[in-house]
Ligand binder design. Structure first.
Ligand code: FE2
Length: 189
């Protein structure tokens, strides 16, 4: 006969690794692995720092769009519900690009929500629901935080000679954020 009793798992058991290893991390956050990209380590390290900042803010803006996608209300509910989700998807794709650029440069990308929250420059949003005007203002403010830091970082990457990073920041991040601002700001013109 099957024993259907549920076995309780103790918290100490959950802390034990499934596959025991004496090394919990293969590369700590904030360190750089030299990669054969013909880029000086100091330049790669500067780009990694900047890209992780942009990544944290991009993930935060993506979450903000998802929050507003779920919580939006009012006469434009359906169009804003769809628009916010489209922008969320685009920010998520951008985050993937930024994270993979960090790894390409030999760095470690910020990833987990608690680490992202610590690093992000975008002001913290309330847990509760806001009206559409406040949602839109909050999104535009977040876009401006990102655009402001991105333009300075793009110039720095160009001056240092990291043209690949400059290209991602300009062609992907700045262009996407500017286009999304246009779609959002037209709702309050
Ligand atoms: Fe949805």
């Amino acid at each position: 006969m099957l024993n259907r009793s549920i076995t309780k798992v103790s918290p100490s058991h959950l802390r034990e690794p499934v596959i025991p290893s004496d090394r919990s991390e293969t590369q700590p956050y904030g360190t750089l692995q030299r990669t054969p990209l013909a880029l000086d380590c100091d330049i790669a390290a500067a780009s990694v720092d900047n890209l992780n900042q942009l990544l944290a803010d991009t993930l935060t803006l993506g979450s903000l769009y998802k929050k507003h996608h779920w919580q939006v209300s009012g006469p434009n509910f359906y169009s804003l519900h769809l628009l916010f989700d489209k922008h969320y998807e685009e920010q998520e794709s951008l985050a993937d690009l930024l994270a993979e650029r960090v790894q390409t440069l030999g760095g470690v990308s910020v990833a987990m929500a608690h680490d992202v929250a610590e690093l992000a420059s975008i002001p913290r949003s309330p847990k509760g629901r806001e009206d559409p005007a406040n949602q839109i203002n909050r999104l535009l403010q977040a876009h401006e935080v990102i655009l402001l830091e991105a333009r300075a970082m793009a110039r720095e990457a160009a001056e240092l000679g990291d043209l690949g990073t400059n290209d991602i920041i300009v062609s992907d991040l700045i262009r996407l954020n500017e286009a999304q601002v246009w779609f959002v700001v037209e709702h309050i013109q």
